[in-house]
Design a protein around this ligand. Structure first.
Ligand SMILES: Nc1nc2c(c(=O)[nH]1)N[C@H]1C(S)=C(S)[C@@H](COP(=O)(O)O)O[C@H]1N2
Ligand SMILES: [Mo]
Length: 199
């Protein structure tokens, strides 16, 4: 399965309309990591989803790569104010994983290797709005950008897109992640400029 989803940016919108308030466009792809780049071999890689009742679903690298894949193009917005238009990714929509999970949780805490966490409403991972991506611009995702696999949630500030993603923990209560606990906005909508706690 291969499809191109324009996402919320919408094909045909003029670049000026695609730039959220307070952002500037960049051609670069900056690297922003809160710590060292972890080595994550695909041989031992797994992606887990743990429900509010403690049931854990697991996918190995091979199992993940055998799931329906999508090519998807998005504008990405970092809270440090850069926006990069039309980034090309390939990966598995989160809907595909979540279809196998019985849950009534409202929130997800996303964890990356190295200790990074970020929280968001579970709904924001559904309906074709989030992916586990392993390729960028036609090549395997580089370690600096979160390879072998990262989360991609392009409708929220890019700190929600956890690099070196290793799993989701589903919860009834909202639990702030790494940056959210340090004063970043809990939700992080770039169009409403939700940068920090008070926005
Ligand atoms: N595991 C992990 N994921 C992370 C981060 C991090 O420090 N560790 N930084 C976040 C932030 S603040 C941003 S802007 C993007 C940066 O992704 P990039 O380095 O590919 O540009 O990753 C997000 N995901
Ligand atoms: Mo960021």
């Amino acid at each position: 399965m291969t499809s191109f989803s324009p996402g919320f940016q919408g094909r045909g919108r003029r670049p000026a309309d695609r730039l959220p308030p307070g952002q500037y466009p960049t051609e670069q792809f900056p690297v922003l990591s809160a710590g060292p780049t972890p080595k994550v071999p695909t041989a031992t890689w797994e992606f887990t989803v743990t429900t509010e009742r403690g049931a854990t679903h697991r996918w190995s690298w091979e199992q993940m790569m055998a799931l329906p894949q999508e090519d998807t193009v998005h504008d990405i917005h970092c809270v440090t104010r850069w926006t990069k238009f039309d980034t090309h990714w390939r990966g598995v929509p989160l809907d595909v994983f979540l279809a196998e999970v019985d849950t009534s949780a409202d929130f997800a805490v996303v964890a990356g290797h190295g200790g990074y966490t970020t929280n968001l409403p579970l709904q924001d991972l559904r309906d074709g709005r989030a992916w586990l991506v392993h390729s960028y611009d036609g090549y395997p995702l580089s370690p600096e950008h979160g390879g072998p696999a990262r989360l991609l949630v392009p409708h929220l500030y890019f700190w929600k897109s956890a690099k070196w993603v290793r799993g989701l923990r589903l919860t009834h209560e909202d639990e702030p992640g790494f940056w959210e606990g340090a004063g970043y906005h809990d939700y992080g909508d770039p169009w409403r400029e939700q940068r920090t706690w008070g926005d």
